[in-house]
Design a protein around this ligand. Structure first.
Ligand code: E4P
Length: 226
């Protein structure tokens, strides 16, 4: 499972990269807008924090294929590193993916609500496809079910494209998606923390320390009692 953080907040990215096994950062125009500062500066700052090898997914905002391609080439040049250009699965988007694939630009197909959209994006050259789990659930669909179908289709057709499941509102959605064999998830910083949290884990650790300290002394570690 690859873990990506769905935010452009630098403090949250620093924290997650400090503690967790992170593989990348995803942004979209809404996420970037929340930071209310220069777009390129935000992305360059993120690249500085995560390094050149970690994945950074950035979305093109044009709605026609030629402009999307232009944006992708520009972003690839100015941001650099392991960059994926997010392209929505519109008709123009699919056209842009075909062109970008031929130019060697890495693509993440985004705004995916059906397995057929994901299949076509993979055929057009997307390396990642991003189904929006919670947004599908919110229209009385089955977000995890769509992810499961995509995983099955990619296996069935022997495609190398990977699923980057997105749009999560709770840990149970992440858990169910991971059971489908989806290769990656992008989650917001709150959910990243919640994946790990369990009160009985904290209780158990406290109990171990209390028992240890009752015999070996307060704040003594295994290094102090050799
Ligand atoms: C992925 O990068 C998507 O843009 C993102 O996960 C959408 O999440 P939301 O439905 O919480 O806005």
């Amino acid at each position: 499972m690859l873990y990506l953080l769905d935010t452009a907040n630098l403090e949250a990215i620093k924290k997650a990269y400090n503690f967790y096994p992170m593989d990348g950062v995803t942004t979209n125009p809404t996420i970037i807008s929340k930071e209310k500062r220069d777009f390129l500066e935000i992305l360059k700052n993120i690249r500085e924090i995560i390094g050149v090898e970690s994945m950074l997914h950035v979305q093109a905002v044009s709605t026609n294929a030629e402009k999307m391609v232009e944006e992708a080439l520009y972003l690839n040049k100015v941001i650099g590193g392991n960059l994926y250009i997010k392209i929505p699965v519109t008709k123009e988007g699919i056209k842009a993916m075909k062109i970008l694939q031929s130019k060697g630009i890495k693509i993440t197909a985004t705004a995916i609500f059906t397995a057929q959209q994901a299949l076509m994006a993979a055929m057009a050259g997307a390396e990642f496809v991003a189904p929006y789990v919670n947004r599908i659930d919110n229209i009385s669909g089955n977000g995890v079910g769509v992810v499961d179908e995509i995983v099955q289709l990619f296996e069935l057709y022997g495609l190398d494209a990977k699923v980057l499941a997105a749009s999560f509102k709770n840990v149970q959605q992440v858990h169910c998606v991971s059971l489908t064999g989806a290769q990656s998830v992008t989650v917001n910083p709150e959910i990243m923390d919640k994946i790990l949290e369990h009160p009985l884990t904290d209780w158990s650790v406290d109990q171990f320390i209390t028992d240890w300290e009752s015999v070996y002394g307060v704040e003594k570690t295994t290094l102090d009692v050799k």
